[in-house]
Design a protein. Structure first.
Lengths: 261, 462
């Protein structure tokens, strides 16, 4: 099973400077949020998706699956906004009479709906770019630089590591159960899930014991080493980033106020 | 003695005895195995050895001193005695390989640069550089095990304890880990492993402790420990496969040796060099009697083209066949002659070829090859001449090796060595004008053959 983290670990963009990635993503997010025209958010989203798929070498099918499942919510909310946000005025574009109740789409509500949809897609694309090219490991070293509490960091690192250990255990138990018809109907499923959770809980306790044992066996003195990921910003990285920011600014200026309806 | 225990005893909180009166002494720089079935107390003993558990009775002694169970004492002990756990996931808790190897050195208070140096050294040594930034769940079983060992070795311990180091590994991965262990042992580390794989313990260890039901059953070098069948069986183990095979061969007189073989080459060496064959015999022939097998030829011969063979029955099978020991006499033995091409003389050469009935000519060295070519001599063999001549002579050919004077003695040495080591009867002599001084030494080889024969006869009598 491949998790999002596995995908990020294998992406070549993993080895790019994390700060640069964060700065780019925040630029994209904020610019999209402050834009009055839907064109800019769409433009940034297109840039981010291209970067994720082409530079980040994320499998297209996988990306689409994730993207569409989330974008569905944006579509629904934009649809509802188009009908119900007609307080913003404008001409009536389309209306329907439902048993004496008139619902209509006005230019104002349509524009608002498109803008909201554009911003959501932009937000999605930006955050997908960050999460699919930056594994937790880089984030740890990033958090460390902002001097998060040591105890917090250590817990996060141990939890991160053992999520995958227990994920494997969970999958094993689950397949062992379903092999013996543990999920054949609702009742047995509930029962099996109960057993699974219970057994996982016991195993986490035991694993905790063994972990403490093995840490002590290596002279544990309250210190965990940190991952120090320092990736230099290459000239090409800087060039691409500046190009991106410049074009965002240009699009922002030239598309100000442009609406679809 | 680097590590000792005296009358060690340990109970688990629920009262079950996990270790019962165990006294061991582990010498420095040895490979030691603890062998026992699952639950025989191996893992608990290991946790006692590095101070993780405290014994209820008895002592653990490291380097001649009782273990000090204060926190600084334990720290010193654990730096010296490293443990690699059976399940690598118990041990690899850091998010990346690099961090995991750095864990020990960091907690020992090394400086940042020093940690970096040690970790990189480990990564180099174990070939892990390409995966240093990977999380452990992206590694194979063998890689995880290597990281686990590297993490312990990074603290530079004197004793490394490994609990079931080869469990869950594929054969190649297991071999890699074994190589690492042998290498570490060569570097002077004392290696202790636990295993229920008797074959591994038998061939790998210098010293073996046999554990059963929390008690020490036996200890000693593997040949001794595993030779007591009953004890091995009582510990719910089986005897090593290679030892089983050897015993069966020995029962049938097919193998003898002063010591039990540890691996396949040793087993092969212990196979009797006496010449054995399985033949059909008449039912009234008893073990020990002689049977004339007549003349053998072709694939059945060993030394010449035709051999007259007598045999003695060693072992009778139920199906009317028997294993017999052969006594061969070559009817026309093969021969190797060496001719010095520096004093080449056409007439003499032709005379030799016809007189000695030469049917295989090989040339060694550029110079003799050139002479042979210019004189129109039919050279059959140009490379690996000595070996090919020996092979041909074994099958009854009469071979002539053409070589320059400097090479004559070398050739003579090689062929004589072969005769001496193999005990196979070959005629060998330098011929031609310059052969006189070498001829005198030729007597030795003849004597050797006689000795060889005597040895065979004494074997038969016993």
């Amino acid at each position: 099973m491949r998790t999002l983290d596995d995908i990020a670990l294998l992406s070549p963009l993993r080895y790019k400077n994390t700060t640069l990635k964060v700065v780019l993503v925040f630029t994209g997010l904020l610019a999209g949020l402050f834009s009055s025209s839907p064109i800019l958010p769409f433009f940034i989203a297109a840039c981010m998706i291209t970067a994720t798929l082409v530079l980040g070498r994320i499998p297209v099918g996988m990306y689409l699956k994730l993207f569409l499942s989330v974008a569905g919510f944006a579509v629904v909310s934009a649809f509802i906004l188009a009908f119900f946000a007609n307080g913003s005025g404008g001409d009536v574009l389309w209306s329907v009479d439902l048993f004496g109740w008139v619902i209509s789409i006005t230019t104002g509500s349509a524009n608002l709906a498109v803008l909201v949809f554009a911003r959501s897609v932009n937000g999605l694309a930006c955050l997908f770019f960050l999460s699919m090219t930056t594994p937790m490991l880089e984030l740890f070293s990033y958090f460390k630089r902002f001097s998060f509490l040591d105890i917090f960091m250590e817990l996060v690192m141990l939890i991160y590591r053992y999520i995958f250990v227990f994920l494997a255990v969970l999958l094993n138990i689950q397949s062992a159960q379903s092999m013996r018809f543990g999920y054949k109907d609702f009742r047995t499923s509930i029962h099996s899930i109960g057993l699974l959770v219970g057994s996982l809980f016991v195993q986490t306790l035991e694993q905790g014991d063994r972990l403490y044992l093995s840490m002590n066996a290596r002279c544990y003195d309250g210190k965990l080493p940190y991952y120090n990921a320092k990736y230099k910003i290459l000239f090409s990285d800087a060039l691409v980033s500046i190009l991106f920011i410049a074009s965002v600014a240009a699009v922002y200026i030239y598309t100000r106020g442009i609406q679809f309806f | 003695m680097i590590l000792e225990t005296k009358n060690l005893e340990f109970h688990y909180p629920d009262g079950t005895k996990a270790i019962d009166d165990i006294s061991i002494t582990i010498p420095e720089g040895k490979k030691v195995s603890f062998v026992g079935k699952n639950g025989s107390g191996k893992s608990t003993l290991f946790l006692l050895l590095n101070g993780t558990l405290k014994p209820k009775k008895g002592n653990v002694i490291y380097g001649g001193k009782n273990v000090d169970y204060s926190s600084s004492g334990l720290r010193d002990l654990r730096k010296k005695v490293g443990i690699v756990f059976q399940n690598s996931d118990d041990q690899l808790f850091a998010p990346t390989v690099y961090q995991d190897i750095a864990f020990g050195p960091l907690n020992l208070g090394y400086s940042k640069d020093e940690i970096d140096r040690v970790v990189n050294q480990m990564l180099d040594h174990f070939g892990l550089h390409h995966i240093k930034d990977k999380p452990p769940h992206h590694l194979s079983g063998g890689q995880k095990k290597r990281v686990a060992i590297a993490g312990v070795l990074a603290m530079d311990p004197e004793v490394i304890i490994l609990d079931e180091p080869l469990s869950n590994l594929d054969p190649v991965g297991a071999d890699e880990i074994l190589d690492i262990l042998n290498e570490l042992n060569d570097l002077g580390k004392t290696i202790i492993i636990s295993t229920h794989d008797v074959d591994l313990a038998y061939k790998w260890s210098d010293y073996v402790y046999l554990l059963s039901d929390s008690r020490l059953v036996d200890e000693g070098i593997p040949e001794d420990v595993f030779s007591v069948d009953e004890q091995v069986r009582n510990s719910a183990l089986k005897s090593p496969f290679i030892l089983d095979v050897y015993r069966e061969l020995e029962k049938r007189w097919l193998a003898t040796g002063n010591k039990q073989p540890k691996d396949i080459p040793e087993l092969v060496q212990s196979l009797n060099s006496i010449d054995l064959m399985r033949v059909n015999i008449a039912p009234e022939v008893a073990v020990g009697e002689c049977v004339n097998l007549g003349v053998l030829f072709g694939d059945f011969t060993k030394e010449g083209l035709y051999e007259a063979v007598n045999s003695r029955v060693l072992f009778k099978n139920d199906d009317g066949t028997a294993v017999v020991e052969l006594k061969r006499r070559v009817l026309k033995p093969g021969a190797i002659y060496v001719y010095d091409m520096d004093s080449f003389d056409k007439d003499e050469f032709d005379k030799i070829v016809s007189e000695y009935d030469i049917n295989f000519i090989g040339a060694m060295g550029k110079k003799s090859k050139d002479i042979a070519e210019s004189q129109g001599i039919n050279v059959v063999c140009n490379s690996g001449v000595i070996d090919k001549s020996i092979l041909n002579a074994i099958t009854g050919s009469r071979c002539l090796i053409l070589t320059s004077s400097g090479m004559v003695s070398h050739t003579a040495k090689r062929v004589r060595e072969y005769i001496q080591n193999s005990g196979i009867r070959l005629i060998f002599s330098p011929i031609g004008k310059s052969a006189a001084e070498l001829d005198s030494r030729n007597e030795n080889s003849a004597e050797l053959e006689i000795e060889q024969e005597n040895e065979l006869e004494t074997k038969q009598e016993s």
